[in-house]
Design a protein around this ligand. Sequence first.
Ligand SMILES: Cc1cc2nc3c(=O)[nH]c(=O)nc-3n(C[C@H](O)[C@H](O)[C@H](O)COP(=O)(O)OP(=O)(O)OC[C@H]3O[C@@H](n4cnc5c(N)ncnc54)[C@H](O)[C@@H]3O)c2cc1C
Length: 314
Amino acid sequence: MSNAIEKVDCLIIGSGPAGYTAAIYAARAALKPVMYTGMQPGGQLTITTEVENYPGYPKGIQGPEMMEDFKAQAERFGTDIRFGYASKVDFSGTIHKVWIDETTEVHANTVIIATGASAKWLGLHSEERLNGFGVSACAVCDGFFFKGQDVAIVGAGDTAAEEATYLAKLCKKVYMIVRRGEMRASKAMRQRVLNTPNIEVLFDSETKEILGEKSVDGALIYNNKTKQERKLDVTGFFVAIGHQPNTAIFKDWLEMDESGYIKTIPGTSKTKIKGVFAVGDAQDKVYRQAVTAAGSGCMGALDAERYLAEAGIH
Ligand SMILES: Cc1cc2nc3c(=O)[nH]c(=O)nc-3n(C[C@H](O)[C@H](O)[C@H](O)COP(=O)(O)OP(=O)(O)OC[C@H]3O[C@@H](n4cnc5c(N)ncnc54)[C@H](O)[C@@H]3O)c2cc1C
């Protein structure tokens, strides 16, 4: 028995800040957008606590509450929001085919990909337990909460080096935990870290445990060379070992960089396939903020609207 096929003008995949913003614009432009939320309705901000840097919330707001506001605004203009996961796509024709949960088949004139990215974690139980209570994967988002305090950051690449120097401007002391005997970061970034007086790099080191009952109050570090354990008195613990864009299902159809971030035509949300647009963290490995994701969601909807008008569809 074949499944019913649904035809839509604008399909939005993902319900983070990028997806909801695209939905608000597309719905107000009468594109009748259909959105599938994926397994994390509301996206990455639903796993954080306080968001203080999103304009319009002068007193700050809890991440999950902010995403409820985004959702309400998208619904107000008629976005059809559904729980479901895009499991397969076929972008070979002018009608773009997307399968939801392996069962529903959607034929869309335009697709806005807003599937975001997921931070990579160390995999410690204590890291999961204290996530949002001193453990964070975003120094730019959460560094401010640790002003004047001692923190640790794990990672050895350019992003980790950049985040360590960012934290060093706010915090009293930053311990940078590097697994190997050297950093992977570029020479210039390495030098920046090593020249920052309040960063102490702990080479050959791994995190055994993040300590604390209700919030972080330390970290247990093991040195692979000396075989010694050391307790760091830190109140913040940042993980900067990379992000994984949620783009695997598109890899046969769209151009991506080596990490899987979708390539768009610079200054637009357009991919190499006409009518398919990529927005938010799924195509942005540089800024990765809610406000930049929302901004690019707006671009996606405007690009989709123009494409439909030029193609004489809408
Ligand atoms: C702990 C933490 C704290 C943060 N704090 C801040 C902060 O204070 N301020 C700030 O500006 N930014 C913050 N960020 C970054 C911010 O959350 C991201 O930049 C932003 O959420 C990216 O938005 P997005 O819409 O591109 O993707 P995401 O928020 O990642 O949402 C992706 C969406 O796609 C869906 N999805 C994925 N795959 C599929 C699929 N196959 N089918 C259907 N749906 C799918 C998911 O369910 C999800 O709804 C934080 C991030 C983290 C992890």
